[in-house]
Design a protein around this ligand. Sequence first.
Ligand code: CAA
Length: 379
Amino acid sequence: MNFTLTEEHLAVQEAAREFAQKELLPGVIERDEEQRFPKEQIRKMGELGFMGMMVDPKYNGGGMDTKSYVLAMEEISKIDASASVCMSVNNSLVCWGIEQYGTEEQKEKYLTRLATGEIIGAFCLSEPEAGSDATSQKTTAIDKGDHYLLNGTKNWITNGNSSSVYIVIAQTDPEKGYKGINALIVERESEGFVVGKKENKMGIRSSETHSLMFTDVKIPKENRIGEDGFGFKFAMSVLNGGRIGIASQALGIASGALEFSLQYAQERKAFGKELVQHQGIQFKLADMATQIEAARLLCLQSADLKDRGLPYAKQSAMAKLFASQVAMDVTTEAVQVHGGYGYVKEYHVERLMRDAKITQIYEGTSEIQKIVISRELIK
Ligand code: CAA
């Protein structure tokens, strides 16, 4: 792997940093408190090309590589992990999934608008009784000839209310197990589709997490992604890439916490000198920075493998497993560096600590990442 970032990479990084500082930082604490979705900010992210970064320009995408995506995700997540999860799901799970496996018609109809952020998308795999055990789908998509009849409930769906396009994973033929599962593109306006309750979450509080209900929703056959029975493999494939996005989000949460801590430690005085002059604090900062650097390298390595068309399931699972632990460790230390100020909501680090936790849970818990890694090792 080449460790040197190109001028293009640096430009993307700088653009994301500038956007995060100018457009996301103002009001981020209030949005978190009020659980207010950053609708206007997401629209601007679309205009700047952050919502379909890796999509081919012929479908209105940015045509960038995955490394650029990692760099942008890190910068956005330093400030607002609620905005970055919306960005990650749209880029990795929805846009990439349709571009990689969709038909030309699906790309023209949906991807061209998803890639610009004109509309956003959601990925609907989890259910009340199918989180980690993703093959146990209770949502059904019964084959009715020219269409599927969709029934069931999905849980914890990111972008659940503001999306126009939902990729729904459902069981068509239970006898075939995971080979009977399909991935269907469902439009928001479909009759029988209802957006359910919004979750009141510990962190990423201004992201939209909803349950969804489907009652006899008619989905035309042309909205199935891939061959009949490909839905589970589709979900696993997009999640391999999604985990690079969430690993980068965790990396950003950690590096944001370090930046806030460095700033605070240089301003705050105790025992007659700045905090940063105390060795106890210096050691904390050194440990935080070292963990972050290691997480960054894992994120970039998995992105590099993906860009070169090499297998990356193991590395993306490693990146997510490691970076999410780093996010927890570094944000906890950041609160400690801030002392009493770290525990109150006027300072960013308590929010970052709450936001960090979800990176160990969604897109596969840390325990699931260990299953993915160990299975790859045994192979
Ligand atoms: N990449 C590619 N293929 C994979 C794969 C991967 N990572 N994991 C499994 N598969 C394939 C297997 O090879 C197998 O195919 P073959 O029979 O052809 O070999 C098939 O899928 C079935 O796999 P398993 O037999 O291993 O299935 P399993 O029931 O033992 O479970 C699992 C596999 C890895 C545990 C899987 O269920 C899993 O990943 N669970 C976690 C689900 C998850 O990440 N959910 C996140 C929700 S989405 C979200 O959070 C988005 C958001 O809003 C932020």
